[in-house]
Design a protein around this ligand. Structure first.
Ligand code: GYE
Length: 377
């Protein structure tokens, strides 16, 4: 059988098995199969609006996004390079593990994994290394939004498809083939909507510990939160500083906030769980109480396992999820590319939010032990 025919047969078999598995009707609409864990992928039309990512409709007859078909069905090992941000947070550790599990030798992949240690230059070098090694696909979790045009052009010239994952970039979408990630602006909006609901018109004096400077996750969460904050004249953002998405960074920024604003704030927003752990240590040391029974409302993002444990314990009031389980979706896109199938240019991995026991919200789910036990990461 020639290669093209083999691809067609594989795509047809895949489409049939997905249809049989999901009981979906072939109504010409895109179906996105949910990967393992509690990840859900957004249907067509629900694409992110953030800069640098524009959704393109899937071409061709078969519009199945094969997230469920993460395993390589081509019969040949697929070489994938992943230029990972670093190891700054529990979220990142979960994301790395997810890629290593999905892009395993047993699943038919050879994964070249580079931890770029939050260093832009190292990340560009990693991508150039993948191009030199002539890998089949390049996946990039971009540290910063800026500075991508040249290296993406180099990958394109070398004929290597690029998938941008997790975060977003400021580059024309003709320079990469697909994007898979979360809508961090929506996460910011959710956090602020929850706060407005919880405070019900009461004053808020807010301190924000931002993520890494120039990262789309920081920009999105800040923009979304600020958009809602602007509608509340009773809210004041006292200060907003980067804690670099790390526990040490969160602690350091919180210590300096306490020096400058002690007694003046009643809300602390940490743009990830690790920063929240650091902020809690700093508040504890200064005898400042936080959480459901405390003086300070604590909001966090990521909803990793430990973050949700703190939420269940009432130490974090609201934790907005950012789902790190994205490798199945990326592998589905790669499979579609490898077998000549169609795929979404933009796939959104959906998130939800959680609140501490005793809080009910239209924006978030109240934490329980069962929810925590059921989490895959
Ligand atoms: O929230 C943070 C991580 O890019 C969404 O990066 C991701 C963020 C995540 O270090 O913990």
């Amino acid at each position: 059988m020639n290669k093209k025919l083999l691809s067609l047969v594989l795509v047809a078999a895949l489409a049939m098995s997905l249809l049989a598995g999901c009981g979906a009707k072939d109504d010409g609409k895109t179906t996105t199969a949910a990967p393992a864990g509690d990840t859900t992928t957004a249907a067509a039309g629900d694409e992110t609006e953030a800069a640098g990512t524009t959704a393109a409709p899937a071409e061709g007859e078969d519009t199945t996004t094969a997230a469920a078909a993460a395993g390589n069905t081509t019969g040949e090992t697929i070489k994938v390079g992943y230029a990972q941000v670093g190891h700054e947070s529990d979220w990142r550790t979960a994301n790395t593990k997810n890629y290593q599990d999905v892009f395993s030798a047993a699943n038919g992949y050879a994964l070249s994994f580079v931890d770029c240690d939050n260093d832009n230059a190292a990340q560009l070098e990693a991508v150039r290394g993948f191009i030199q090694q002539e890998l089949d696909y390049i996946v990039i979790a971009p540290i910063e939004t800026a500075g991508w045009d040249t290296v993406l052009q180099e990958a394109q010239d070398a004929g290597i498809p690029v998938i941008i994952a997790d975060r977003e970039i400021d580059a024309p979408d003709t320079l990469y083939d697909a994007w898979v990630g979360t809508n961090t602006k929506n996460e910011g909006i959710t956090a602020a909507n929850w706060l407005a609901e919880y405070l019900d018109g009461k004053e808020a004096n807010i301190l924000v510990i931002e993520g890494s400077v120039g990262a789309s996750a920081t920009l999105g969460r800040t923009e979304g939160f600020n958009e809602v904050a602007a509608e509340h004249s009773e809210w004041k953002i006292l200060d907003s500083q980067s804690g670099d998405f790390t526990q040490a960074g969160g602690q350091e920024v919180m210590e300096s906030f306490i020096k400058s604003y002690e007694g003046q704030f009643n809300v602390v927003v940490c743009q990830n769980d690790n920063e929240a752990y650091g902020a809690m240590d700093a508040m504890k040391a200064a005898n400042i109480t936080y959480g459901v029974d405390g003086d300070v409302i604590l909001i966090s993002y990521d909803a990793t396992h430990d973050g949700l444990q703190y939420t269940l314990d009432g130490a974090i009031n609201c934790n907005v999820e950012c789902n790190p389980i994205q490798a199945e979706t990326v592998a589905g896109v790669i499979q579609a590319m490898a077998t000549g199938g169609s795929y979404e240019k933009t796939t959104l991995v959906e998130d939800q939010a959680f609140v501490a026991p005793g809080i009910t919200s239209e924006y978030a789910t109240t934490m329980t032990q069962e929810i925590l036990d059921g989490r895959a990461y």
